[in-house]
Design a protein around this ligand. Structure first.
Ligand code: PHE
Length: 345
């Protein structure tokens, strides 16, 4: 037995490098296994004479401890479990890019409208998409079989009884629920998804989004309505925006009007977006019909109010000159990504 053998093994243990758990195991077998180098030295130790035993006994035990410690140390520093021999991760490679989504144009417009009306002191109210006939029609002064119901082709969920369930055709239903629940004065806007049985085309869809608003207090007049809409239009489309009102009809408002804003693309000169008129239609509105107030338990002699409603897809179309409503629902990433940084026109 020679001192150098022990020193050589010590040196090898210190220099030992392993990349995988498999290599650590191979090293363990090489040094500490039944046929390993240390085992061979211990076998040899048994045959040497006493004087030599005194010299090598301690050194051999230390060597064994060091070998075991070194193997344990290598095992612990490797992260792979030894389960796979496949290619190892290369930490210097660039990572998989994580694609960040962007907000949907309809969501952007809804948030903008909500923010504007919040500044005017309106609260946001929400309600169910599956509604009953009462809240969508009856309480809004659409009597049974009234032809005005045909203005809004309805998807029925259940039919045949007095108050069938249906997909709401406008969020005016939320205004009814608000009037039932809240005390006057009321100032709410109701954003939400609505459904109408219409053929899908560039200008119409069976699903779209609205923001409707309701303001009820003592002494509310048409002049208040006009001013609220004018302020809104200027916040939304720019400070030079003009509005005009055209007489219209809704069962739940009287008088009723359709509101146009001055075309912010051609500034009144006439272009293909405003079809040469210089005006773009953006919403419907009117003074809440006394029948509607009374149906929800509000004294129509004491209180009056106005309501308005607009389609978000339409406003987004005007804002970004989107020419086909169907783009909003097709989830084409090339379209959706345009709005991450879309400039206003
Ligand atoms: N509810 C109407 C619609 O969906 C819009 C509207 C709301 C009109 C309030 C007048 C007053 O078409």
């Amino acid at each position: 037995m020679k001192r150098e053998d022990i020193d050589r093994i010590l040196g090898e243990l210190e220099a030992l490098k392993c990349k995988t758990q498999k290599e650590v195991e191979e090293a363990r077998v090489r040094f500490l296994g039944k046929k390993g180098e240390l085992t061979a030295l211990f076998d040899e130790f048994r045959t040497i004479d006493k004087a030599q035993k005194a010299e090598f006994g301690k050194a051999l035990n230390e060597l064994k401890q060091k070998a075991q410690a070194r193997i344990e140390e290598l095992k612990a520093t490797l992260t792979d479990t030894g389960a796979s021999d496949g290619p190892k991760a290369d930490l210097s490679m660039p990572g998989d890019p994580f694609e960040l989504g962007s907000r949907h144009p309809v969501s952007i417009v809804r948030q903008e409208i909500v923010d504007i009306f919040r500044k005017f002191g309106y609260d946001v109210a929400e309600g169910p998409e599956i509604e009953d006939d009462y809240h969508v029609f009856e309480a809004l002064n659409f009597p049974a079989n009234h032809p005005a119901r045909d203005m809004q082709d309805t998807f029925f969920v259940s039919a045949g009884h007095l108050n069938p369930l249906l997909l709401r055709t406008h969020t005016s239903s939320v205004q009814v629920r608000t009037m039932e629940k809240m005390d006057v004065p009321i100032r709410v806007i109701c954003p939400g998804r609505v459904f109408r049985n219409e053929a899908i085309s560039a200008r119409a869809h069976c699903i779209f989004h609205q923001v409707e608003g309701l303001y009820i207090d003592e002494g509310v007049t048409f002049a208040d309505l006009k001013q609220a809409i004018l302020l809104f239009a200027r916040e939304m489309f720019g400070p030079d925006t003009q509005i005009r009102m055209r007489p219209s009809y809704f069962p739940f408002t009287e008088p009723s009007a359709e509101v146009d804003v001055s075309c912010n693309i051609c500034h009144g000169k006439g272009c293909n977006i405003c079809k040469g008129t210089g005006w773009l239609e953006i919403l419907g509105c009117g003074m809440v019909d006394p029948n509607v107030l009374e149906a929800s338990g509000i004294d129509s002699k004491r209180y009056s109010g106005f309501a308005f409603g607009m389609g978000l897809e339409r406003i987004a179309m005007l804002k970004w000159r989107v020419n086909d409503l169907r783009h909003y629902f097709e989830n084409d990433m090339r379209f959706l990504h345009e709005f991450a940084t879309a400039p206003e026109v």
